[in-house]
Ligand binder design. Structure first.
Ligand code: HEC
Ligand code: HEC
Ligand code: HEC
Ligand code: HEC
Ligand code: HEC
Length: 235
């Protein structure tokens, strides 16, 4: 199967459909991503078999939560295809072709839980696509770290709707909607705060490492020239 995939992607332009179909299956990914990344696959399927078990990484949480809440079963490609637009589908398949070549040449990088991958923008586009609601729900300072992101502005521009949380008091609503998003031109991506595959310690909220997250907060404040300019000023 892998050999067929390599042939299709590397040699032919007609492989788009077949490659697209293969990618839907997690077993396809681990045909190449054996040790060490097969760990990601194992974690996901062990979590599905043990719905009560505490999950320690964000990717696995998606598998478990989707199951618990009776949603469509999650797959690797749901994050790794980007926002599912045609352009990003082609990027995904091109990446697959490049990776197939690296695989055949045996030049892969053996470390696990990498956090600054070359093509990290692609799965990050998927986050913003599925979580547009989170980005467009105005709660003032309580979630300005989402609403001030360029990804929130992009979600609004592509047809999303600004809203306020149900819990917001009536007298605050109009004000929040009037102020809106306020976009800061930062290059931060979701995985600068929410670690995708890295195991987080007990007590970490929404799969964030505090040190890494605080650095991300401050980096936006420095771009904006507003808010705490130093990690020591964040509680
Ligand atoms: C034909 C073998 C093969 C298949 C099938 C495959 N990969 Fe890969 N993948 C690779 C190789 C080789 C690399 C490059 C590793 C390196 O550079 O160290 C890679 C790299 C990656 C990267 C890192 C990209 C980056 O930014 O550096 C991601 C993410 C990834 N693969 C996800 C997937 C997912 C998800 C699937 C299933 C839909 C999949 N792969 C299927 C061989 C494969
Ligand atoms: C919730 C979304 C999400 C899911 C689900 C997910 N990934 Fe990822 N994955 C990411 C993101 C984001 C990155 C980039 C991390 C970075 O650059 O900081 C990544 C990076 C990777 C990498 C390259 C870096 C590394 O740690 O080796 C591989 C390989 C990979 N994922 C494989 C998989 C496989 C296999 C599955 C399914 C078992 C999967 N992913 C499911 C979001 C996800
Ligand atoms: C295909 C759609 C999809 C993609 C892509 C996706 N998510 Fe999610 N995300 C969900 C769903 C569905 C849930 C679970 C909601 C529920 O049922 O509780 C969820 C839950 C979460 C949660 C809450 C976890 C918890 O413990 O409550 C966080 C944080 C999150 N996602 C962040 C991300 C980030 C960051 C990315 C990209 C790396 C991402 N998501 C990619 C659909 C997606
Ligand atoms: C600067 C850090 C930072 C960045 C960047 C970031 N987040 Fe968050 N995120 C947080 C914090 C802090 C919380 C916890 C909010 C709380 O406790 O109510 C959170 C919570 C969440 C949640 C769960 C609660 C909710 O409000 O739905 C989701 C989903 C989520 N983030 C998605 C994303 C997505 C998608 C992106 C990228 C577009 C992203 N985040 C980028 C800091 C960040
Ligand atoms: C996308 C950019 C961005 C990110 C990410 C961000 N901030 Fe801010 N922050 C701002 C801006 C801009 C202000 C100025 C007030 C405003 O316009 O909302 C601010 C103001 C603040 C203030 C001062 C509020 C006041 O009353 O003066 C605090 C505290 C703060 N941020 C904490 C955080 C924390 C904690 C995080 C990370 C979880 C974070 N910020 C992430 C842009 C950001």
């Amino acid at each position: 199967m892998v050999v067929a995939f390599v042939g299709l992607i590397v040699l032919g332009g007609s492989g788009f459909f077949v490659a697209s179909t293969l990618e839907e299956h997690d077993t396809f990914c681990i045909a190449c991503h054996t040790v060490p990344e097969v760990t990601y696959y194992n974690r996901a399927y062990i979590a599905i078999d043990n719905p009560g078990q505490r999950v320690t990484d964000l990717a696995t949480a998606h598998y478990q939560l989707s199951q618990i809440h009776n949603k469509t079963p999650f797959a690797c490609i749901d994050c790794h295809r980007g926002d599912a637009s045609l352009g990003q589908r082609l990027s995904t398949l091109a990446l697959g072709g490049r990776d197939a070549l690296i695989y055949v040449l045996g030049k892969e990088d053996p470390t696990i839980e990498k956090t600054k991958t070359r093509e990290g923008w692609l799965p990050n586009a998927a986050c913003a696509n599925c979580h547009a609601d989170t980005l467009l729900t105005l709660k003032g300072l309580d979630n300005h770290f989402h609403t001030h992101l360029p990804q929130a502005a992009a979600a609004l521009a592509s047809g999303g709707t600004l809203k306020v949380a149900d819990t917001t008091p009536q007298d605050k609503r109009a004000d929040l909607l009037r102020v809106g998003l306020k976009t800061i031109n930062t290059t931060l991506v979701c995985s600068d705060c929410h670690l995708a595959h890295k195991t987080v310690s007990a007590g970490a909220t929404f799969f964030m490492d505090n040190t890494r997250r605080n650095e991300a907060c401050v980096s936006c404040h420095q771009t904006a020239k507003e808010g705490p300019q130093n990690v020591n000023n964040l509680q």
